[in-house]
Design a protein around this ligand. Structure first.
Ligand code: NAX
Length: 331
């Protein structure tokens, strides 16, 4: 029998946590033959709700779930974990300054970085979901210097999946037949959803999305803004932010990272920039990524036209600003 993998979910009593933990326990993240032990962290005001989630996990009798650690102690939560999905954070409330929200999250990610560095299993893979996701991941990287930087990523897979969804609806094709969209940059409204290299599987082979859509105005306008603003549209409709789609995308992110991306296709992940595509180093930026043997690599050599170049630079600028803001909160 396989050894269980320990998966940490922070903010586990929240909305995304509630959708995510049963997916992990059912094998949607690591596969149907991989036992798991769930580590769930939240803060004291949510301790009772967290215990309720634990009760439901027990009640669901998941055969793959070999143990549950539900705690408000960050050291206990981080001890021995192989995968860490960081969903907990301080949300922006109405009337709050960006700097105040940043400052709260910087202090959370700074202390959780230290706990992971000291107590997680060697080679622990980290996915930051909580916003500002790229910058929280950067802070985590900076304050966990002994965790290899390639092990620290942030979630832009939801944006990637949203882009696939929009193309599938527009062309009336199965979403599983659409591939190789790219989300560049920040998980924010400056992200650039790029379809220049995307294709659709048809009965007569793979066709470029651009050719099938045949409407540049839509692709350069409404398509991009719909993906960028999808989060706000969900809040408007549900009066709550995206949760099931965020949880599902977090599972996709870890699954592909651990088990690999299919031959000929890539995904989007926020990773530490190595300067590819002239994106400044020192930022956690979303790139097209393939994964093999538990390691990701940036897809190199894709052509970038002038329209795209401007958008790649704009979202990089925003990330540089966020980084400065985050650093100003440290002093
Ligand atoms: P909720 O407010 O429902 O849940 C957050 C949970 O985190 C709460 O239970 C809270 O008590 C806990 N928490 C706060 N501080 C903590 C700490 N220091 N340690 C551990 N837990 C802590 O928010 P939810 O809707 O679940 O969203 C969670 C985060 O995901 C938010 O930051 C949100 O902005 C972000 N999102 C990111 C997305 C992405 O694609 N990267 C998409 C969905 C989502 O908006």
């Amino acid at each position: 029998a396989k050894e269980p993998v320990r998966v940490l979910v922070t903010g586990a009593a929240g909305q995304i946590g509630y959708a995510l933990v049963p997916m992990v326990a059912r094998g949607a993240m690591l596969g149907l033959n991989q036992p798991v032990i769930l580590h769930m962290l939240d803060i004291p005001p949510a301790a009772e709700a967290l215990n309720g989630v634990k009760m439901e996990l027990v009640d669901a009798a998941f055969p793959l779930l070999k143990g549950i650690v539900a705690t408000t102690n960050v050291v206990e939560a981080c001890t021995g974990v192989n995968i860490a999905v960081m969903v907990g954070g301080f949300p922006r409330k109405e009337g709050m300054e960006r700097k105040d929200v940043m400052s709260k999250n910087v202090s959370i990610y700074k202390s959780q970085a230290s706990a992971l560095e000291k107590h997680a299993a060697p080679n622990c893979k980290v996915l930051v979901v909580a916003n500002p996701a790229n910058t929280n991941a950067l802070i985590l990287k900076e304050f966990a210097p002994s965790i290899p930087e390639r092990n620290i990523t942030c979630l832009t897979r939801l944006d990637h999946n949203r882009a696939l969804g929009q193309i599938s609806e527009r062309l009336n094709v199965h979403v599983g037949d659409v591939k190789n969209v790219i989300i560049w940059g920040n998980h924010s409204s400056t992200q650039y959803p790029d379809v220049n290299h995307a294709s659709v599987k048809t009965s007569s082979g793979e066709k470029p999305v651009r050719e099938l859509v045949g409407n540049d105005e839509w692709l350069k306008g409404e398509f991009i803004t719909t993906v960028q603003q999808r989060g706000a549209a969900i809040i408007k409709a549900r009066k709550l932010s995206s949760a099931l789609s965020a949880a599902s995308s977090a599972c996709d992110h870890i699954r592909d990272w651990v088990l690999g991306t299919p031959e000929g296709s890539w995904v989007s992940m926020g990773v530490y920039s190595d300067g590819s595509y002239n994106v400044p180093t020192g930022l956690i930026y979303s790139f097209p990524i393939t994964c093999k043997n538990g390691e990701w690599s940036i897809v190199k050599g894709l052509s970038i036209d002038d329209f795209s170049r401007k958008k790649l630079d704009l979202t990089a600028e925003e990330l540089s600003e966020e980084k400065s803001l985050a650093y100003s909160c440290l002093s």
